[in-house]
Design a protein around this ligand. Structure first.
Ligand SMILES: *Cc1c(COP(=O)(O)O)cnc(C)c1O
Length: 382
């Protein structure tokens, strides 16, 4: 079976993990946590970043420190993994679902229309005319590692007084190569940026995440809240409700090793994407979705768009499975999930189209050319 995506751990990871274990620092403090944070901050060219237990935890803390309160609202994508939405509810707030555009990222045209036509600026903040609730933040996801339109998102967030949280959990290493943000990495342009090292992401610590922020003080607050909000460790004094969201030293040791491989993995992901794309050039029924041309994208996942309407997604996936190839559809749309069916949506039109017609192809960094030839051959025969 050619799997969709598997982690590849073949560098110094084992050596670092052994070291963390043999010197007894296995838990939530130890030199690898600090080292991983420093190396990530250097890589992303940010002043400060803090390691946490998951990307979801990073998003939760970002929303909390954005000041999202119960009964307020947060604008989120209809098309993305559910973890970008659930933390809104952890805080007792309500999501408002926005459509995607042809990049699969949030449709900034629709977002602007919504903010402009459906909301009113008040002294308390931006009010949603329909629900009468205050909108506090936007969660923008860089889908499959494809750079979202940060120039527009930052402009709109500024103009309407909203906090901008970048969900860069799929986009570690994606950076602009053009424009006002040239050289800037996904996750480092908004008020907060969340990263994930879950098993399926471009690099992994088994499970884990990081959170950065425009203000270094916010990153410090994240670290504080992630460690049970300890004000005096000896006397057990806690002046806030904290969380157990710290990354362990063993996870961080794995992460330090994986981070050394990241640029190599991105290079391979791009090379393999180009290999597929070239080979599928003459294929009439489907095409690989492009990435943002103004960025060096990490090419985490490859999306095959089924153009031929007679190709049915689920039977296509089943047929490939029978041939020994694992593919899968993209996410069931968030506003159609049981918990979110009564939430507000704004002209969601493209998300259902893409949701029905996209299949993710095998994209592990250990794919061989003959693996890809096998996949391409099976696709052409379907
Ligand atoms: C993976 C992912 C998350 C959650 O990250 P975890 O580390 O698994 O908690 C959040 N948002 C998106 C878009 C993701 O793909």
């Amino acid at each position: 079976m050619i799997p969709l995506s598997v982690p590849v751990i073949k560098g110094n990871e084992k050596k670092y993990v052994d070291e963390a274990i043999s010197n007894g620092w296995v838990s939530a403090s130890g030199s690898y946590v600090t080292r991983f944070e420093h190396e990530m901050a250097d890589y992303l060219k940010v002043e400060k970043i803090t390691a946490v237990q998951s990307g979801t935890a990073a998003l939760h803390l970002s929303l909390l420190l954005s000041g999202v309160k119960p009964g307020q609202e947060v604008i989120v994508p209809a098309l993305t993994f559910i973890a970008a939405v659930n933390p809104v509810k952890y805080l007792g707030a309500e999501p408002v679902f926005m459509d995607c555009d042809d990049s699969l990222n949030m449709d900034c045209g629709k977002l602007e229309d919504f903010l402009n036509k459906e909301c009113t600026k008040t002294t308390l903040g931006l009010r949603n005319n329909k629900s009468k609730r205050i909108i506090t933040a936007i969660v923008a996801v860089h889908i499959f590692g494809n750079m979202a339109d940060m120039e527009t998102l930052v402009r709109l967030a500024d103009e309407y007084g909203l906090k901008l949280i970048e969900d860069a959990t799929e986009a570690l290493g994606t950076r602009y190569t053009d424009g006002i943000y040239e050289g800037k990495f996904a996750g480092t342009m908004g008020d907060f940026g969340a990263y994930s090292f879950n098993g399926n992401k471009i690099i992994t610590t088994g499970g884990g995440g990081m959170v950065t922020a425009k203000k270094a003080a916010d990153v410090k607050k994240c670290a504080y809240l992630a460690a049970q909000a300890k004000d005096d460790a000896l006397l057990y004094i806690h002046n806030h409700i904290g969380y157990n969201y710290r990354m362990t030293n063993v996870q961080a040791a794995l992460g330090v090793g994986q981070l050394e491989c990241l640029e190599d993995y991105i290079r391979i992901k791009i090379q393999n994407y180009n290999y597929y794309r070239e080979a599928l050039h003459t294929f009439q029924d489907a095409v690989l979705m492009p990435f943002n041309e103004r960025a060096r994208n990490n090419h985490w996942f490859y999306s095959l768009l089924l153009k031929n309407k007679t190709l049915k997604r689920d039977s296509f996936i089943r047929q490939l499975k029978e041939a020994g190839i694992e593919t899968r559809p993209i996410w069931k749309l968030n506003h159609t999930q049981a918990m979110y069916q009564s939430c507000q949506t704004y002209y969601i039109e493209k998300a259902p189209f893409y949701q029905n017609r996209i299949v993710n192809l095998p994209c592990s960094v250990n794919l061989t050319e003959s693996d890809m030839d096998f996949v391409i051959d099976a696709l052409m025969k379907s």
